[in-house]
Write a protein that binds this ligand. Structure first.
Ligand code: AHZ
Length: 324
């Protein structure tokens, strides 16, 4: 039998053994629900409560210090590390799907358990996700336990905003040198449902989130740290590797190498090592399986240590950028 208690200024709710007692207002007396009611509300109040906050967030995060593209296991792990260490940075995550989490709701195929090779279990310790210790690797009883825990931790940070059901359609770029070099200065966004229907509707222009550190005329504000983009859109697929594919068009010197076959032992460390800053176009970092697609690394299949650790590594580089 468990006891859960929440309290507000006006009421205390006590859940014990199936009997719900509303201690102060006596709404439910002796299991008699016939007079049960909620506090009153107008429909327009609900609309305003949602939309005012959403648009306030859009306003607040129109300029961001860190823009994370994709809320899969690598993106969420990175978000956790950045938000925890730098509560002063504005961190926004754009996720094209309605449900954040990417491929980390299942361990592999349709199986529930999630495998992480050591030392990635240290991240599980940090976020308090329990696991079975099998020696060289650990097992979380359901991948959804990992994803929902990291997601809820990240969402609780006051400096983090998730815009889900929103797709990144392009990068904002600015000149960054006399030889045609460019730097990424933001992302171009749209509702995913709009992104999916550009071909069937008349022009629906997108929206933009700009990186911090630029002036009104687009030039760098040298007195401020410039913001960064961390792309974690997963491996090549219908939506995946979005930024990798776009960035090599922008940076004509590079190509998307494409993900190689599955090799668990080599793939995980390689993804971690190759995650981090992208040298071609300024202000862009990669983590997770998008790094594998960009750099031609093996995939690892259903073992998630590299997703957490590559997110941590990219986050560490980003923290160093802001600390310098
Ligand atoms: O919806 C995508 C997913 O949630 C999102 N995404 C992709 N393109 C986007 C775009 N705008 C906004 N243009 C976008 N969001 O990015 C997220 C990627 O999550 P993921 O779980 O696919 O990637 P990950 O690298 O974090 O984790 C990969 C997990 C895998 S795949 C794999 C294998 O195939 O071998 N093994 C592992 C562990």
């Amino acid at each position: 039998m468990s006891t859960t208690q929440t309290s507000t200024e006006t009421a205390q709710l006590s859940l014990t053994g199936g009997a719900i007692r509303h201690a102060l207002s006596d709404v439910v007396k002796a299991d008699d629900w016939s007079d049960f009611k909620f506090t009153p509300i107008r429909e327009s109040t609900v609309s305003r409560a949602m939309t005012s906050r959403y648009f306030k967030d859009m306003d607040k995060y129109a300029v961001a210090d860190v823009i994370i593209i994709g809320a899969g296991s690598s993106g969420l792990s990175a978000a956790y590390v950045i938000c925890k260490n730098r509560p002063d940075l504005k961190v926004v995550c754009i996720e094209s799907n309605v449900s954040p989490g990417g491929g980390a709701w299942l361990g592999g195929q349709l199986f529930s358990a999630m495998i992480m090779r050591k030392p990635a279990h240290l991240f599980l310790d940090e976020v308090n996700v329990p696991y079975e210790d099998e020696g060289d690797y650990v097992v979380v009883k359901h991948a959804a336990l990992f994803t929902s825990t990291v997601l809820s931790e990240v969402l609780k940070f006051p400096n983090f905003k998730l815009f889900n059901a929103t797709a990144v359609e392009d990068l904002v770029t600015r000149p960054a040198g006399s030889n045609g070099e460019v730097t990424a200065a933001g992302v171009v966004t749209n509702w995913t449902l709009v992104t999916m229907n550009h071909d069937t509707q008349s022009c629906m222009d997108p929206n933009v989130i700009e990186l911090a550190g630029y002036q009104d005329d687009g030039s760098r504000d040298e007195s401020a740290k410039h913001g960064v983009i961390l792309s974690t859109t997963g491996h090549d697929g219908p939506f995946g590797a979005f930024t990798a594919k776009r960035i090599v068009q922008i940076d004509g010197n590079q190509t998307v190498a494409g993900m190689k076959g599955l090799d668990m032992n080599h793939a995980e460390a390689a993804v971690v090592k190759m995650s981090g800053e992208y040298k071609g176009v300024g202000n862009v970092y990669f983590a997770g399986m998008e790094s594998a697609t960009l750099h031609g690394l093996n995939r690892m299949g259903p073992t998630f240590g590299a997703m957490a650790v590559s997110g941590i590594k990219a986050a560490d580089e980003i923290l160093k950028h802001f600390a310098a």
